[in-house]
Design a protein around this ligand. Structure first.
Ligand code: UD1
Length: 336
């Protein structure tokens, strides 16, 4: 199939493009490069030995999107978006414009070109305050920050569109916590500045870029008192997208599916696994809870198994080993 990938230079987009190419799809990607590097695209080409068309384009460029979609695509995988929770609190309008208005532009351009097959990168953040674990797709939705609200809003745009216009097939994939990297160590997550997320911070500590990990709270009602999350290997996540693409016909309109492992790991378990994988000590200190964090969330992954025929295969040790290889070989990320 001929697939358009938005946000192709980003962490998840680049891994998905690689798996799409390896599965024999034709891929055309775009990215505005605001928080990513074109070097990721070059490395995907190098790893696959296949052509990957790339252009610099912004979701807010509606005429540009219209022109591109008119070329004719079988489906779109939509990863482009801003994702820093803290920044979204400071700049909610920026997040709405980029993530929500940008996605609306994409949907309009797709409709105009009669391309009605979409895989969208949603997030478990749409579950808001977690009532009970594991979380299944019927858990009530809510937003606890502006970033989460944008994911909720885009899900709603997709649900509305699919209700109004028959023929749309949309997979709303709700990711849990993506970590890890391609096993080659050539592509991976390259956060700008100080990482907000746990795994990049832990790995930068292992490689010596940071002194110690700050553990946000050890008084949660969890087995060791630290926060529990469902970490998922980014390659498993990418393969989940391919499974969704293959099974889009089974989607009645727009439908949400969790992509998680179904297993939770605590902050201290992640630090211990990263120390094993890297063979380096990872010092840490306990700090107060981070505002807005929940104690624990992990996925009910059954629907993905039934509907997509997909399950996550890679465990925490593998996630850490692969993330470490990327970090060790690219201590400054893509360096551009
Ligand atoms: C965060 C976002 C979520 C977003 C996801 C993207 C918040 C509240 N949520 O998820 O909306 O979809 O990133 O990847 O920001 N931790 C530490 N020290 C650190 C960093 C994190 O102890 O330096 C802890 C956190 O308290 C949490 C766990 O590690 O228990 C995971 O945190 P993080 O990687 O930031 O992900 P989430 O907060 O789950």
């Amino acid at each position: 199939m001929k697939i358009l990938v938005t946000g192709v230079a980003g962490y998840i987009g680049s891994h998905a493009a690689l798996e799409l190419l390896n599965a024999g799809h034709e891929v055309h990607g775009f990215d505005n490069l605001s928080n990513s590097s074109e070097e990721a695209v070059r490395r995907v080409r190098e790893l696959t030995g296949k052509p990957l068309r790339f252009e610099k384009l912004d979701l807010l460029d509606a005429p540009g999107l219209g022109r591109l979609l008119k070329e004719g695509f079988d489906a779109v995988m939509h990863f482009a978006g801003l994702k820093a929770v803290g920044e979204s609190v400071e700049k909610p309008e920026l997040y709405k414009r980029n993530n929500v208005d940008g996605s609306a532009n994409l949907l309009a351009a797709m409709e105009a070109a009669a391309c009605r097959r979409l895989v969208f990168s949603s997030s478990c953040t749409v579950y808001g305050e977690v009532k009970k674990n594991p979380v299944d797709e019927n858990h009530p939705r809510g937003a606890v920050n502006p970033y989460g609200q944008t994911k909720l809003d885009v899900e709603n745009l997709c649900l509305d569109l699919a209700r109004r216009r028959p023929g749309w097939r949309i997979a709303l994939l709700r990711y849990f916590n993506p970590v890890g990297a391609h096993e080659s160590g050539r592509i991976g997550e390259d956060p700008r500045g100080v990482p907000n997320n746990l795994m990049p911070f832990v790995m930068q500590t292992a490689v010596g870029r940071r002194d110690k990990v700050r553990v946000f709270g050890n008084d949660y009602p969890t087995p060791d008192g630290t926060g529990v999350r469902d970490y998922i290997h980014v390659v498993d996540l990418a393969l989940g997208h391919l499974a969704a693409l293959d099974r889009l016909d089974a989607f009645a309109g727009a439908q949400a599916v969790n992509l998680g492992t179904g297993r939770g790991a605590s902050v201290l378990e992640v630090i211990a696994a990263a120390a094993r994988a890297s063979g380096r000590p990872i010092p840490y200190e306990i700090l107060p809870r981070r505002p807005g964090d929940s104690a624990a969330i992990w996925a009910e992954p059954t629907l993905a198994r039934e509907k997509l025929g997909w399950r996550a295969e890679r465990g925490l040790d593998r996630m850490c080993a692969d993330h470490w290889r990327w970090q060790k070989n690219n201590p400054d990320g893509y360096g551009v």
